[in-house]
Design a protein around this ligand. Structure first.
Ligand SMILES: [Ca+2]
Ligand SMILES: [Ca+2]
Ligand SMILES: [Ca+2]
Ligand SMILES: [Ca+2]
Length: 122
């Protein structure tokens, strides 16, 4: 860990943990730091870490939603006070597989995260 990246939002920049992650399907994904010990900031960067796609700093934890296409790779950065460990959950709903992928009780087009998906007529 180190503080190599400065967040573009919020006030909880600090040492960050970053990981590269590839979307398993096209959809709206949520990057959730619920359960982290300290106040966090979540950022999504492009795969080269040269640009910030999205940033969220709620109090204390974030559920940052972002739409990605299948196979798209992003870098997730979780910033917070030095020395703390962070919890990160990633979930999303694939809108056409008849499975409740994110386990929230709503499947495919019944799930709010599929609102606006081409597979789900309004
Ligand atoms: Ca930082
Ligand atoms: Ca926060
Ligand atoms: Ca599904
Ligand atoms: Ca669901």
């Amino acid at each position: 860990m180190g503080d190599d990246y400065t967040t573009t939002c919020g006030s909880h920049d600090g040492e960050e943990e970053q990981l590269s992650w590839t979307a398993p399907f096209s959809g709206n994904f949520t990057f959730d730091t619920a359960g982290s010990y300290s106040n966090t900031t979540v950022s999504l960067l492009n795969s080269a870490c040269s640009g910030t796609l999205a940033c969220m700093d709620n109090d204390p934890h974030e559920a940052l939603a972002y739409t990605l296409t299948s196979g798209q790779t992003v870098t997730i950065s979780v910033d917070g006070p030095s020395g703390d460990r962070y919890e990160l959950s990633i979930y999303g709903e694939q809108c056409t597989d008849s499975v409740d992928n994110d386990g929230n009780g709503d499947t495919d087009c019944d799930d709010a995260s599929c609102t606006g998906d081409p597979a789900c007529p309004p």
